[in-house]
Design a protein around this ligand. Structure first.
Ligand SMILES: [Zn+2]
Length: 273
């Protein structure tokens, strides 16, 4: 009898051990559906401390670039959200009040084949054709005029991708925290295919505020408009744009409008008002 109890106990220990191991293995396995490097990190601590240096392809929840991270949640009544009717125009205004439809996918997305990229994810290595051509020229000029090597890190992002990201943050951090650092689906400029997050080697190819202090970042801030881009979320305009300062996030508007917005010193929101 005693022997039988010992045997049963041993079996149970082995069984639980096996379950534990299997579960650990499952949790450690990379889910390709979630293997999205376009992720945001919580900014609930001092944003200046934020310095993601790990490979964001490893874990979409806790690592990755800081993109589209609102400084403070902007209170928006969801009933008052404006659905953008012409999402394909180059001067489309997307923000926390003006949302893209769930089904909007730009029809002229192209792969980034001629500029250096950082991540492997095929979705984010896309832009609308006109923005891509402008990006090529911007990167070329940076190289020729200043010998700076710029890298494309994160371009197009689908509604579904943004939705999963946002939901994963809500699940992990709670809604209040998620709203502080993540855009809701439909409210990210990346869905337009006209926005690109850029970086450089001295940044270790990451995205954070210090990009604005690098020689490359300064050059971009002063010259991007010549190629049709603006720094979409400038410093000190967080309450207007709803997003923290993002020196790495450039938005294509076309050369004419980009020049006007740049010279006005206004945000896109203020310019359109
Ligand atoms: Zn961005």
């Amino acid at each position: 009898m005693k022997k039988a109890i010992i045997t049963v106990t041993s079996l149970l220990i082995v069984l639980f051990g096996a379950i534990f191991l299997i579960e650990g293995k499952i949790n450690n396995e990379k889910d390709p559906e979630n293997d999205d490097p376009v992720v945001e990190r919580p900014k609930d601590e001092d944003p200046a401390e934020e310095n993601p240096t790990e490979d964001p392809t490893e874990n979409p929840i806790s690592e990755g670039p800081d993109e589209d991270i609102p400084e403070e949640p902007v209170n928006i009544d969801n009933d008052n959200l404006i659905l953008i009717e012409s999402p394909e125009v180059y001067d489309v205004l997307v923000n926390k009040k003006r949302t893209l439809s769930k089904t909007y996918v730009p029809q002229d997305l192209v792969k980034l084949t001629e500029v250096p990229t950082v991540l492997e994810n095929p979705e984010i290595n896309q832009l609308r054709e006109v923005a891509y051509n402008a990006l090529i020229e911007l990167f070329k000029a940076a190289k020729e005029e200043a010998d700076y090597e710029l890298y494309a890190r994160s371009g197009y992002r689908s509604y579904g991708t943004q939705e999963s990201l946002y939901n994963s943050y809500v699940a992990n951090w709670g809604k209040a925290a998620a709203d502080k650092f993540s855009a809701k689906a439909g409210q990210s400029e990346h869905q337009t295919g006209l926005a690109m997050d850029i970086t450089c080697e001295v940044m270790n190819f990451q995205l954070d505020e210090t990009f604005g202090e690098t020689d490359e970042g300064k050059w971009v801030a002063e010259n991007a408009y010549r190629f049709g881009f603006i720094i979409r979320y400038p410093k000190g305009k967080e309450d207007v744009t709803g997003y923290m300062y993002e020196p790495w996030h450039i938005r294509y508007l076309g050369t004419e409008l980009a020049k006007e917005v740049y010279e006005s010193g206004l945000t896109l929101e203020e310019y359109f008002e």
